[in-house]
Design a protein around this ligand. Structure first.
Ligand SMILES: N[C@@H](CCC(=O)N[C@@H](CS)C(=O)NCC(=O)O)C(=O)O
Length: 212
């Protein structure tokens, strides 16, 4: 049985969405962020060495890191859906976007979030952080100049993995200059599987009907 250890308002929403897109059966173990610190509860430390979410368990397997979880689900349970065939050029693009999301794009967003909590707002770093945010959002926006989806203009698990970056973006940085990203958000939020996952996952402040 596939179980998602799901934290409210978090990256694990992506995993629920993927499971709905693939039409797989799964159960959800829910965890709530602390109301004051916004951190995950200690119970997650029993499953994730860093106490974070998502965590996927599937029989004897326990997997952490969203990209690894998404890749695992697509390979093991995807029946060829939501990823280009291994060995194709499109698959190389797919892998690049899968790694890019957490490996590169999240860094300036996290820096923006954390430096904003410093007494002086992390003033000395803001110019660099802002230019990096524009750098990344320009890159993402340009990838959708002539396409609705990031890989081969075909919806794939890479779009799911990239969604969190693009959803978190407007909360930390203006995306007004990046109309393709607004279009991407509209498209993903309209997907029936996205909405089903939202209904099952509970509060999700970053996009769709439960967003503020
Ligand atoms: N790169 C990891 C990041 C995991 C992560 O930081 N998850 C956040 C939720 S979005 C978390 O559990 N935060 C709670 C905490 O750090 O206490 C992934 O993609 O799985």
């Amino acid at each position: 049985m596939i179980t998602v250890h799901h934290l409210n308002n978090s990256r694990s929403q992506r995993v629920l969405w993927l499971l709905e897109e693939l039409g797989l059966e799964y159960s959800i173990e829910k965890y709530q962020r602390d109301a004051e610190s916004n951190l995950a509860p200690a119970a997650l430390l029993k499953l994730h060495p860093l106490g974070k979410s998502p965590v996927l368990s599937d029989g004897e397997q326990t997997i952490i890191e969203s990209a690894a979880i998404i890749d695992y689900l697509v390979r093991r349970h995807g029946n060829g859906l939501l990823a280009p065939a291994v060995g194709t050029d499109a698959h190389e693009q797919y892998l690049q976007w899968m790694h890019y999301s957490e490996g590169s794009a999240m860094l300036p967003l996290m820096l923006k979030m954390y430096t904003g909590r410093l007494p002086d707002g992390g003033e000395a770093l803001q110019a660099r952080i802002t230019s990096e945010l524009d750098n990344h959002f320009s890159y993402l926006n340009a990838a959708l100049d002539d396409a609705d989806w990031f890989v081969n203009n075909t919806f794939s698990a890479a779009d799911i993995q990239l969604s969190f970056v693009i959803q978190l973006g407007p909360l930390l940085h203006s995306l007004d200059a990046y109309a393709n990203l607004a279009g991407f958000l509209e498209r993903i939020h309209a997907r029936p599987a996205y909405q089903k996952a939202l209904a099952k996952g509970g509060t999700y402040a970053f996009g769709g009907e439960n967003a503020p």
